[in-house]
Ligand binder design. Structure first.
Ligand code: ADP
Ligand code: ZN
Ligand code: ZN
Length: 768
């Protein structure tokens, strides 16, 4: 290891600390502009030093005439970018109160510091960038006839089996006005259906009314339910604290169907009645029509829904409406967190354990942490909710940094389902070669006969329908990526990572044997088996292949909801947040596949998937049953899930994490070193690992810190780029931040890093 390099970097760092030099601020002047990275440097006069924080709104003399304009400080440095004599001083700091822009810039700075990214990447995440926007018309649909007439039409359409018309009319009878886009995208009504109804004079289309005409208040009242005592206790406790000015982070641990969403609605109501605004995060996959409508019915047009399909311009429009005070509630995935509400009172994160709350691109931030920071900056509370909380959150709730509430039972008659665990090894002993255990087969037949619905769920994480040779074991892999190819129906092999496609060979390329075939069970295989086993059954399949088209996903779900099929086969996609009252049986075909994923969160994911899947059964008045098929019936994630014993799972899993120093018992910094040149990547990752160890020695924390690697990543090669990993485990997050800062300096300094892409990820959610 190059000791010289390290000492010279340390010298540079020291110099920074010692001299009390003039400080300079980099300032952006147009924060909604495409050039967020365009900054201007100004000197900070001594008397302003204290107030010149990142995010501060300042006045600066600009251009030749030194006209005073507004700007925001985005970074502070002691290194002038150009001749000191030419740098003008900041004129004044406008306001100490953090305006929303200042708050968001400050948040960006915190993200940069906490998750390790450039300020520019952080700013781009946090600040909506205005692109030349074609203004979008907001259209809405309105019922043009009386409700009685509409009900008569409904009867006729029902008789004729016009499902689209029925769905639209039913909704309009409830609501009078509907957002056009929601009707098309979430309700899955075709434009031609709408045109037909327009021609018949049943509905009218209106432009730009949706956001100006809030729904009538009596309609909102109608949707209120009488909360149960358990629900009311949670609502009262949180709103009472809120009203007395206390801000906190709350975790609601409630089984699926325990009425968490109803609790959110009540708390939101209290907060917006107080004149404050609310951000509600829901994973995109759970943002179904049913969910969206519950919010619309309750809050009308005071809400706006964000999704990842929105163009940047549309998103900017939404942000503008939020800033202008046209809406009070923003609902959406991760990015909704940055809605520029300047009077934010509450952030809710539903399904807080979801992996999608962690960004996969720099800055690799976790929405939960950022939400708590944003809440702190704007004096808001945070409510987290889940049936299967992340270990991180549950631990904080147990140790008192979050406040914990439990909703242990389902609402009303809904019973928790009966859960069977079927040992697949035993099935094999009994010469059952089918993918269905005897119990599952029997129960499927029973439900088909009773005309109830069935969901068959295959856990595909960490697993692919790969093709291997039965003679020599050769596995067909992508030539560009280090992962196995997946067999498809059309006979080709596909790389799900880069899209590479090739024909399935008839002979093994390694030994020439003709016994080369797809191994294991994908969703297509399950569908095929089910068709053979239950010839009369109507089967729908939902996976990445059948949902490629826009809203393919919603179409399949609404067909299933309309009982156009008896069995729905799918991957994890089908287990999220859908309410199918006629589903009384859920089969989980290979529950333990996710246990083989090379990832310390494998058991946690398995528990979550099983609990979520089980949560689909028996949501209506009919009791449900769940069959878990597994090769490891004794594994604690399966035994606890089958008893719906989250707390039991938590303690066992926490023991494991404590023992191996995995989060949340400690923190991990993952360092990815990637390069087209394998040798360069190896060398660079060895240097970085060496620098890490030197630094740990200097800090005298090498004994309590574990450095793993460098080693090839799980995905050792992707798109012809070689990938190596270093993992550093430490119980103090701050040490890892400082290590990262140090390594960044080192990386900038060393020429051996050229041609390598190096990324940092704190407490990664996904394996590399
Ligand atoms: P979760 O979000 O915990 O899955 P939901 O809030 O979606 O639970 O509630 C499950 C079902 O029970 C929904 O259909 C909801 O409308 C209904 N529900 C919730 N609370 C009540 C209540 N107090 N009275 C009657 N029905 C309720
Ligand atoms: Zn072979
Ligand atoms: Zn590939």
């Amino acid at each position: 290891m190059d000791i010289e390099i390290i000492t010279s970097i340390n010298k540079r760092l020291e110099r920074k600390v010692i001299g009390m030099q003039t400080k300079y601020a980099d300032i952006i002047v147009d924060i909604s502009h495409e050039n967020l990275d365009k900054t201007y440097q100004y000197a900070i006069p001594e008397e302003l030093l204290e107030r010149a924080v990142i995010g501060a709104l300042v006045l600066i003399p600009f251009g030749k005439g030194n006209r005073l304009i507004k700007g925001y400080i985005v970074s502070i440095t002691e290194k002038p970018n150009w001749k000191v004599e030419l740098i003008k001083p900041i004129n004044q700091i406008v306001d100490d109160a953090l305006v929303i822009e200042s708050q968001l810039i400050h948040l960006a700075y915190w993200i940069k510091e906490t998750f390790g990214s450039t300020m520019n990447d952080a700013l781009k995440t946090v600040i909506p960038v205005k692109k030349t926007v074609k203004s979008v018309e907001k259209k809405s649909l309105r019922l043009a006839i009386t409700k009685d007439m509409a009900n008569e039409y409904l009867e006729t359409f029902k008789k004729r089996n016009n499902r689209g018309r029925v769905r639209l009319l039913e909704e309009l009878v409830l609501q009078d006005v509907l957002d056009y886009e929601i009707v098309i995208n979430k309700l899955n009504i075709s434009r031609s259906t709408i045109q037909d109804l327009e021609k018949m004079g049943i509905v009218t289309t209106e432009v730009e009314r949706m956001y100006r005409n809030p729904l009538s208040s009596d309609l909102k009242q109608k949707e209120k339910v009488q909360l149960t005592i358990e629900q009311q206790t949670v609502v009262d406790s949180i709103t009472k604290e809120y009203e007395s000015g206390i801000r906190n982070t709350y975790l609601i641990h409630g089984v699926t169907g325990s009425g968490k969403t109803e609790v959110y609605l009540e708390i939101i109501d209290a907060v917006i009645n107080d004149g404050k605004q609310v951000i509600m995060l829901i994973p995109e996959i759970a943002l179904t029509y049913q969910t969206v409508m519950r919010f619309y019915r309750r809050f009308g047009n005071r809400i706006s829904i964000m999704n990842s399909r929105l163009s940047q311009g549309e998103r900017f429009d939404q942000y503008e409406r939020a800033k202008n005070g046209d809406i009070d509630i923003m609902i959406g995935p991760r990015s909704a967190l940055f809605t520029p509400f300047d009077n934010l009172g509450l952030i809710i994160i539903d399904e807080e354990h979801e992996g999608s709350y962690k960004s996969e691109n720099p800055p690799k931030y976790h929405a939960r942490e950022v939400a708590i920071k944003r809440a702190e900056l704007s004096n808001a509370s945070v409510v987290l909710g889940s049936a299967t909380p992340s270990l991180e959150s549950y631990r904080k709730a147990l140790t008192g940094s979050y406040r914990l509430y439990q909703l242990p039972s389902r609402i009303g008659a809904g019973q928790m389902p009966k859960i069977w665990v079927e040992d697949l090894r035993e099935e094999l002993k009994k010469r059952n070669k089918s993918i269905f255990s005897a119990r599952l087969k029997e129960l499927i037949a029973d439900r088909l006969q009773k005309k109830q619905q069935i969901m068959l769920f295959i856990n595909r994480r960490g697993y692919a329908g790969f093709v291997s040779c039965r003679s020599c074991g050769h596995v067909m892999k992508c030539p560009h990526c280090d992962i196995s190819l997946t067999a498809h129906y059309n006979g080709s092999l596909v790389c799900h990572y880069c899209g590479h496609e090739e024909f399935t060979p008839s002979k093994c390329p390694s030994c020439g044997s003709k016994y080369i075939a797809a191994f294991g069970t994908g969703t297509q295989k399950v569908e095929e088996f089910a068709r053979k086993e239950f010839p009369g059954a109507r089967i729908l399949r939902m996976d990445t292949d059948t949902t490629k088209n826009k809203d393919g996903h919603e179409k399949i779900l609404s067909a299933f909801a309309n009982q156009e099929a008896d069995i729905l086969v799918g991957t994890q996609m089908i287990v999220k947040g859908h309410d199918f009252p006629m589903v009384t049986l859920v089969g989980i075909l290979a529950a333990d596949l996710s246990l083989y994923a090379a990832d310390y969160r494998a058991a946690e994911r398995t528990y979550q998937l099983l609990a979520q899947a089980a949560g689909r059964a028996g949501r209506g008045d009919l009791a449900g049953e769940v069959v878990i098929q597994t090769y490891q019936p004794e594994h604690y994630s399966i035994t606890t899930a089958s008893k719906n014993d989250y707390v039991g799972f938590y303690h066992q899993e926490m023991n494991y994490r404590e023992m191996l120093k995995y989060p949340p018992a400690a923190h991990i910094l993952a360092i990815l070193v990637a390069s087209k040149d394998d040798k360069k990547a190896i060398f660079a990752s060895e240097l970085i690992s060496g620098a890490t160890k030197e630094w740990l020695k200097l800090e005298q924390i090498e004994a309590e810190t574990t450095v793993i690697g460098p080693a090839a990543a799980n995905l050792a090669k992707a798109n012809d780029i070689y990938r190596y990993m270093i993992y550093v485990k430490q119980s103090e997050y701050d040490y890892l931040i400082r290590l990262k800062d140090y390594l960044e300096g080192y990386i900038n300094y060393s020429e051996h890093m050229n041609g390598c892409n190096i990324q940092f990820d704190f407490n990664p959610m996904n394996s590399y």
